[in-house]
Design a protein around this ligand. Structure first.
Ligand SMILES: [Zn+2]
Length: 375
């Protein structure tokens, strides 16, 4: 089923919507926890649901290497393979190939690279990416794009964007060859150049996409650059389609992007940081590895209502982390995901009630203050 997007309320540029797919609906703005290998690390699907996750992102690149899409197709798709009955977005595999794979060669056809698992040569074309995402039976698939590095000259960004647009055309044609299980999103590229971003959007809009993503941000650019690109681009994007800002980011980045009209987010930060003992609080963050937490009987955050904060002390979490106990990673992940998913709930409520700007101003001021006082 092709996803349907309904907007329920707007507040400035921000939207409170609902994305409806064959596996249920997602309230937006939404954060998608990352399930790289078909698992959000350390969480059961039931725990994710209890935390309020309505959609997860899975990485096509990792799943194509291990276990391979044939194994997942044997289960009838990724939902049954990973026991996640709710919506799934899969990426195209492109970003990981560009950022992780060694010995990659980019041609007009696609990308060839050496598998980091067994060294075998692997090919990833737009058609290959579509075939794999169709085999995974994701609710939302992403077009294969050429990831423009940062920094890039105008000439480099243009060549990369134009290749992405040719690949988007091929992705679109291949995905829609027969009745697909979900919808396909196109990805706007163009680096930090407003005119290239507009040209990329115009090229994409020659085809009908279930949603549009903004790619090529969160690649090391300064925050002001990212906001400038969003402020130029988002008002030109069709209002009736979901808008997905790929790979962003910190809680304050999400708030700023929601204010500018973005609906969907993904980022490794909450889950990866949790496993490294980096825990978000209502006033900033703490690192549970710091000695100051050894004798601290308090929770990570006295204002947090998550399972971890209701039941465990910083002292115990520090002990688990130091002994590399698996439970430490689990409890930390529960807390960080709760922080992110609660923030999304608060943002949706603020938009629905028309008080996003005061909510965001208060939230961003608190984070700025906290940035100066890290425990
Ligand atoms: Zn908590």
């Amino acid at each position: 089923m092709r996803p349907i997007f309904e907007i329920q309320a707007t507040d400035g540029a921000a939207r409170n919507g609902r994305l409806i797919s064959a596996h249920g609906s997602v309230d937006t703005p939404a954060f998608m926890p990352i399930g790289t290998y078909g698992t959000v690390k350390a969480m059961t699907p039931e725990e994710l649901t209890d935390l309020g996750a309505q959609i997860v992102l899975a990485n096509t690149f990792h799943l194509m290497l291990r276990p391979g899409t044939a194994v997942i197709a044997l289960h009838g798709g990724l939902h049954r393979f990973m026991h996640w009955p709710h919506p799934i977005l899969t990426d195209s595999g492109g970003f990981q190939v560009f950022s992780l794979a060694s010995l990659r060669t980019i041609t007009e056809e696609g990308v060839r690279f050496r598998s980091p698992v067994d060294g075998a040569e692997v090919r990833l074309t737009p058609e290959d990416s579509m075939d794999m995402q169709l085999a995974l039976r994701s609710d939302i698939a992403m077009a294969l794009d050429d990831c423009t590095p940062f920094p890039a000259t105008e000439k480099e960004a243009r060549a990369s964007m134009e290749r992405s647009m040719r690949w988007a055309t091929r992705s679109h044609a291949h995905y829609h060859q027969s009745e697909p299980p979900g919808g396909l999103f196109g990805i706007v590229q163009g680096g930090m150049f407003a005119s290239l971003r507009t040209a990329s959007l115009e090229a994409l809009l020659q085809r009908d996409w279930s949603g549009l993503a903004v790619g090529g941000l969160a690649v090391g650019e300064p925050e002001e650059e990212r906001l400038r690109v969003l402020e130029g681009l988002v008002p030109q994007m069709p209002a009736d389609r979901p808008r997905y800002l790929m790979g962003v980011g910190r809680p304050e980045d999400i708030v700023a992007a929601v204010q500018r009209g973005i609906d969907l987010f993904d980022c490794v930060i909450p889950t990866r940081h949790a496993r490294n003992g980096h825990l978000f609080t209502s006033t900033g963050f703490i690192n549970i590895r710091n000695a100051s937490h050894q004798m601290d009987l308090g929770p990570i955050d006295p204002l947090c209502s998550c399972y971890t904060c209701r039941n465990f002390s910083r002292s115990y979490l520090k002990h688990l982390d130091r002994c590399k106990e698996i439970l430490g990673a689990r409890l930390n992940t529960i807390h960080n995901l709760h922080v992110y998913l609660s923030l999304m709930r608060a943002l949706r409520a603020a938009i629905a009630e028309g008080r996003l700007s005061s909510f965001a101003a208060g939230y961003l001021a608190q984070r700025r203050e906290a940035a100066g006082a890290v425990a």
